[in-house]
Write a protein of this length. Sequence first.
Length: 222
Amino acid sequence: MMHFEDAARWESWLAEHHGNEGGVWLKIAKKGSAAPLVTIGQALEIALCYGWIDSRRKSYDEHSFLQRYSRRRKGSPWSRVNVESVAALTAAGRMRPPGLAQVAAAQADGRWEAAYTAQRDAAVPPDLAEALAAHPAAAAGFEALGKTGRYLVILPLLKARTPAGRAARLRKAIAGLPDTTGPRIPFSDGSFGAGGVAGPDGGSPATGRGMDGAAPGAQGAR
């Protein structure tokens, strides 16, 4: 775990260690806290400048939480939120060579244009809506989820890199939705769903929380 009293210190460290393959857990001030720590917004902006990204989050104490930061993996998808953040950082002259290299790679292979929608703006995709209409039990399970839970069903579809991969994720999502109405209607291949579908971090959409008990927050927004 690392902590920095302000954004300048975090950026100074990252400028020197952005090539670190292991990543770090960073102590972040909670909203409204007077703790002398970098804020979540500051931390992410600087991470993007150097080609890093956030992932898991853990609770820590009444004043702060822990956020994981590491180098962006090759081929990892981008979120629309971070695409827009990078545009603002570029206009402000804050992007650094490692971050610009990640942007160039994403623009070259199509990930930039394919950036996925954040939770606050996400809608049910047409293919998921069609599948839910064909499986009433799954549709009831989907409607029973909270907003975060529904997003954890939608997000893997948005992140799929190929039509075949998206179709496979759609089948898995429908099969894994919690059954609130009785026996699950089978797929055409004879398979049935069981249990709740897992979120990207192995968590449950029913709670909207990952295995470490933390809400996904910016976890899906890469």
